[in-house]
Design a protein around this ligand. Sequence first.
Ligand code: NOJ
Length: 531
Amino acid sequence: MRDTYANAQPMSAPWWSRALFYQVYPRSFYDSNGDGLGDLDGVTAKLDYLKALGVDAIWLNPVMVSPMADHGYDVADPRDVDPMFGGIEALDRLTDAAHAAGIKVTMDLVPNHTSSAHPWFQAALAAGPGSEERDRYIFRDGTGPGGVRPPNNWVSIFGGPAWTRVVEADGSPGQWYLHLFDAAQPDLNWDNPEVFDDLEKTLRFWLKRGIDGFRIDVAHGMAKPPGLPDMEVIKGEVLLADMDDDPRFNNDGVHDIHRQIRRVFNDYPDAVAIGEVWVYDNEQFARYVRPDELHLGFNFRLLRAKFDADDIRGAIANSMEAAELVDATPTWTLANHDVDREPTRYGDGAVGLARARAMMMAMLALPGAVFVYNGEELGLPNVELPDEALRDPVWERSGRTRRGRDAARVPVPWQGDGPPFGFSDNPDTWLPLPADWAALTVEKQINDPASMLSFYRTAIELRRDRSEFDGKSIEWLDSPSDTLAFRRSGGLVCVLNAGTRTIPLPVGEVLLASAELIDGKLPPDTAAWLV
Ligand code: NOJ
């Protein structure tokens, strides 16, 4: 049976080629058991909401067993679900119910590193220098007298050094291990074949269990530059979004790893591999989505664009070009758990929200797969959290100089007039919800035709049902300065006004606009769809 699958080509376009993925940050979505943390039964409980929103697939941030030093991106057992999220039975319940509702379930996979609590790392600590156990990670002797200095000058993405020194079994100061992220996330040595063998086990474990695919964390990482040379540390800190010029990422060897991963996926032809690829050069990006590598790669250009017509147009044109280079499916996203939320990024308050609505229309007008981050459909902004509430490891590792990503991870407000707005029965939620979110709850928005939620639902429905949203290409149309306009090959026209003056719209029937038109014209910070 497997062999027939292996060479099977999908007859029609695969499900993910125009899917709307909804990213659930599980600890912030819905708490079903009153411990103040969201969980998987909480996601199951809200499937009707997701169905009504029109999502095709869920992407779950990591739910595997983890000490949660980086909220699940530090995996101690990749083939089980953390009890905090309800254990593996809760995932089975979610998958069954989601499939019954016609929704796919994809999970996060973390191949670049493990938790320091992973049995492999514990064995590596116990076994000592030169052992097979240490060879699964990146252990090196230090430099300088007595090895007191780290092996090279690399800094962690989260702040501080990227190396931590261990104490050997006899109590003496020992070797150093590499961790590009938190010290509790040791990097794996991808030159060791055991590392892929174990990942293959993990992939098959979940795919056989009915998982529909994976979002692959740091998919441009894994392969390290030979010899681990010093790097130019420009700012003393690096951000996930700045990885483009970072010599530790996007090394050639990573493509062999993706080919190995793809061979496993080929046994499950309906499953999708989606890489987190912080690479901006079009040709470099395209290499990740060649036919024998990932099915999809997150292109972060649109997310990085300012609310500026040239910037947005450039982001769209480059993302399209990168995909076209290898006939891949383009992907679009405006937000995730690592970046500031759109209304905050685009200018805050009413203006920020208006621009977020307009950007969402531009995104949904484009061919390919889109990714919506939970709460985006409610227009949630960042939350200014007090120091003592911060939970992101970035805060401590940066010596409390960078606040980290918690502001964009605050739980979803469902109902009621005060925190925690129905997210949990427990007032003590893992991050506090702000009192001024009373007007942003699902309950308040769901029956208000003018709300962000109603607008999102309408837009998603149009994208799904109207034939004008067909077609793989777009054509740029002339438009006044500070605006952009494109026509999808299926016929949809999208116009976005990022300027300061109201502009006339092209001839056609207006399907949807992100704000009221003024005498039939498009005001600033607004987008419209026409057919
Ligand atoms: C990218 C993830 O999106 C982020 O949340 C995480 O901290 C790092 N990878 C490390 O796994």
